[in-house]
Design a protein around this ligand. Structure first.
Ligand code: MN3
Length: 195
């Protein structure tokens, strides 16, 4: 069974002006779709045909199969990390876990921002859960917490294609807006409860 591009969990204009319809048209409709197409091309007729996305990610060696499978997973996860009317402050168990790990929500935001700003080149910044509780991870290219035995709670795509149309080279403005206006704390709570 071929993999399919999952629909966005909101309308393409629902995150504007913080993330424009044009960005989502390219990022979801072109970039994410291309990873799906590439993955299907690599999997069809191979030993991985019929495996789940997660099984492929865990089995794949570094290279094209891993990169495309992981990018399909990462983008599907990323769309749910944002919501119209998102941002603000976490509550409940997420807030408690963040305070335990980072001292305060403000400290978390500062550290997450610094990590996202300083990730050189293309990659992802994650809030993830490992054996020691919550942590912030920087991953290069397509890499993701699943490959390291950790649970993804939230992620921010810091590949240039994620923000260039809306923010040009101003990655710090993209990060700040994402935390203030877009981040989906309810999705983080679901992932924390599962992990
Ligand atoms: Mn992307």
């Amino acid at each position: 069974m071929a993999f399919e591009l999952p629909p966005l969990p909101y309308a393409k204009d629902a995150l504007a002006p913080h993330m424009s319809e044009q960005t989502l048209n390219y990022h979801h409709g072109k970039h994410h779709q291309t990873y799906v197409n590439n993955l299907n091309g690599l999997v069809e007729g191979s030993e991985h045909d019929g495996k789940s996305l997660e099984e492929i990610i865990l089995a794949a060696e570094p290279g094209g199969l891993f990169n495309n499978a992981a990018q399909v997973w990462n983008h599907t996860f990323f769309w749910s990390c944002m919501s119209p009317g998102g941002g603000g402050e976490p509550t409940g168990d997420v807030k408690t876990a963040i305070e335990q790990a980072f001292g305060s929500v403000d400290e978390f935001k500062q550290t997450f921002t610094d990590k996202a700003k300083t990730l050189f080149g293309s990659g992802w910044t994650w809030l993830a859960k490992g054996d020691g509780g919550l942590e912030i991870l920087q991953t290069k290219d397509a890499d993701l917490p699943l490959k390291h035995g950790k649970t993804a709670i939230l992620t921010l795509d810091v590949w240039e294609h994620a923000y260039y149309l809306d923010y040009q080279n101003a990655r710090p403005a993209y990060i700040e807006t994402w935390l203030d206006k877009l981040v989906n704390w309810e999705f983080a709570a679901e992932n924390l409860a599962k992990g």
